[in-house]
Design a protein around this ligand. Structure first.
Ligand code: SF4
Length: 532
């Protein structure tokens, strides 16, 4: 892809003219341009940097880049998918920067990273970064740049020590991990001047993010994205999208959403409403009424996530009129007992009603999102899922039903972080496939092997960095990871420990020095209320 791709962009902000001594910075998305430019987080951080006159920022993707500075001082990565670490290492090599932080010298730039993957558990990737920004970027990014300005001309170690004082800035090399009998014994700062806990930052304003650029080259062509809510108040016990980003915050209709949508509609007719739980915005109905005004007749509307019991006929009608034919709802399971176990406050009648409403509103497809291998799941729970799908089919004849299904993967900072992946999950996916296909319901399982690798990375510690360096040369299959584990035998626990073992709540977690929104002791209580 050539750099001309940038010519199709329509910017919704005014970049600053960089000062003569602006910090030469590269801000990368470790994937292709079409993917990176569809990430609202990446867009917003890039625009924030570009609007500062003390920073001169250039963008880098795996298939294209802007003009890059010869000697960058800062190189940042926005990480949204775990497996993109392969591309981070490749881009570092492309920039001729050592991939391990410990091998970098004063002449190398500082490598910083942020985004959902690194905020949840940065440890498997910690050795590749000098600095990791934990949490919401709104204030954190500016604080980081300003602290860097203070120490810009210092040597690397004093720079890092100063940056570590900024709340939310994590400098992995300033923390020492000790192991005992294969387990983590302690994670401590190297001395008393470095904070012992790094706290994830939470932005508390009521103006949330919106696209800073619209382009036909994005994966969602010409989409203008508006963040309606941040986090989700439901707190399903496995859910990273809720637990990692609490508290639930909503964008103000007058100060955030309506001005953002009006701005977006000057350059495109496609709006995407984003957030873990969009329909839970307290003024969602008013927002819909605003969008369905006759003057916006041609506007195409997509909604990222709809809570099942908020699927009304009105919502379905609006979506159907606005170029959306299908709706996705996350039900997790057809078993009321399991839903209670995960704290999903939803009953089967509400799920069936959502399907009836979707059909009545004119939608033609409904996708239900489920999960197998939920802790405590028994085969009888799966039978209930099949029975529920049968009932939905009967209640909403003509509605095309699809079931997407993943495997439960433990995530850091959630009450289910201590549970392993159920090795029966693969068989259970196949069983569901057989049962549902025979009823004419399309079943789309997510790869079980991919879930295993996701679990490895989501509960991994620093010892995995050597493994990740090896696997990237072996290809991204589960076999590659097993091969690398074999090669490194004796230096780290086996794959089963990271992925399948139910961890004791007494273990020192790889992220125990990183403070999420909910303290570990409270997460244990939330776990106990499921199992108790
Ligand atoms: S409702 Fe959805 S987004 Fe909210 S906590 Fe549950 S799974 Fe997460």
């Amino acid at each position: 892809m050539t750099a001309s791709v940038f010519l199709s962009e329509r910017l919704l902000f005014t970049p600053a003219t960089p000062d003569a001594d602006a910090i030469p910075t590269i801000f990368a998305f470790p994937n292709e341009y079409s993917v990176g430019i569809t990430s609202l987080g990446y867009q917003v951080v890039w625009a924030t940097l570009a609007m500062r006159s003390d920073v001169q920022v250039s963008r880098l993707f795996t298939d294209t880049h802007e003009h890059l500075p010869r000697n960058p001082e800062l190189v940042g990565f926005s990480m949204s998918w775990e497996l993109d670490y392969v591309n981070i290492l490749q881009l570092l090599e492309f920039l001729k920067i050592p991939i391990r932080a410990s091998a970098r010298s004063d002449k190398d730039p500082l490598i910083f990273g942020g985004g959902p993957v690194l905020t949840a558990n940065p440890e498997p990737f910690a050795d590749f970064f000098d600095v990791i920004l934990l949490g919401d970027g709104e204030n954190l990014l500016g604080n980081f740049i300003e602290a860097y300005q203070d120490v810009r001309y210092c040597e690397r170690l004093p720079q890092l020590r100063r940056l570590a004082q900024v709340p939310g800035v994590y400098v992995p090399s300033l923390y020492q991990v000790e192991y005992e009998s294969g387990f983590i014994k302690s994670i401590e700062p190297i001395d008393g001047e470095i904070p012992s806990l790094v706290e994830k930052q939470t932005y508390r304003g009521n103006v949330l993010s919106a696209s800073t650029v619209v382009t036909p080259q994005a994966a969602w062509e010409n989409i203008y994205m508006v963040e309606v809510v941040r986090s989700c108040p439901e707190m399903c016990r496995f859910c990273l999208a809720s637990y990692l980003t609490l508290p639930f915050r909503t964008a103000s209709l007058e100060d955030s959403l309506i001005p953002a949508i009006e701005r977006g509609l000057t350059v495109t007719d496609r709006i995407g409403l984003l957030g873990a739980s969009v329909t839970q915005h307290p003024e969602f109905d008013t927002l819909l009424d605003y969008i369905i005004q006759p003057k916006y007749d041609g506007v195409r509307l997509s909604i990222a996530s709809v809570r099942t019991n908020t699927v009304t006929v009105k919502l379905a009608k609006i979506l159907a009129q606005r170029d959306t034919r299908s709706l996705t709802i996350a039900v997790e399971s057809g078993s009321p007992r399991l839903r209670q176990f995960i704290n999903k406050k939803l009953n089967n009648d509400e799920i069936i009603q959502a399907a009836v409403n979707a059909l009545a509103g004119g939608l033609s497809n409904l996708k239900l999102y489920g999960m197998v291998g939920i802790p405590s799941e028994e085969p009888a729970d799966l039978e209930q899922t099949v029975a529920m799908m049968r009932e939905i089919k009967k209640a909403a004849p003509g509605l095309r039903l699809t079931m997407g299904c993943s495997t439960f993967v433990p995530k850091a900072h959630t009450p289910f972080q201590w549970f392993g992946v159920n090795p029966q999950a693969e068989k259970r996916l196949k069983w569901l496939q057989k049962q549902l296909s025979s009823q004419g319901i399309e079943f789309r399982p997510e790869s079980y092997n991919w879930s295993v690798i996701q679990a490895l990375l989501s509960r991994g510690d620093r010892r995995l960095s050597h493994l990740l360096e090896l696997t990237r040369h072996y290809g991204d299959s589960q076999g590659s990871y097993r091969r690398a584990f074999k090669e490194l035998r004796g230096t780290l626990p086996d794959l089963d420990f990271y992925v399948h073992t139910n961890w004791s709540t007494d273990l020192v977690l790889p992220w125990s020095h990183l403070q999420g929104p909910i303290p570990q002791a409270t997460l244990q209580k939330h776990l106990a209320s499921a199992t108790g």
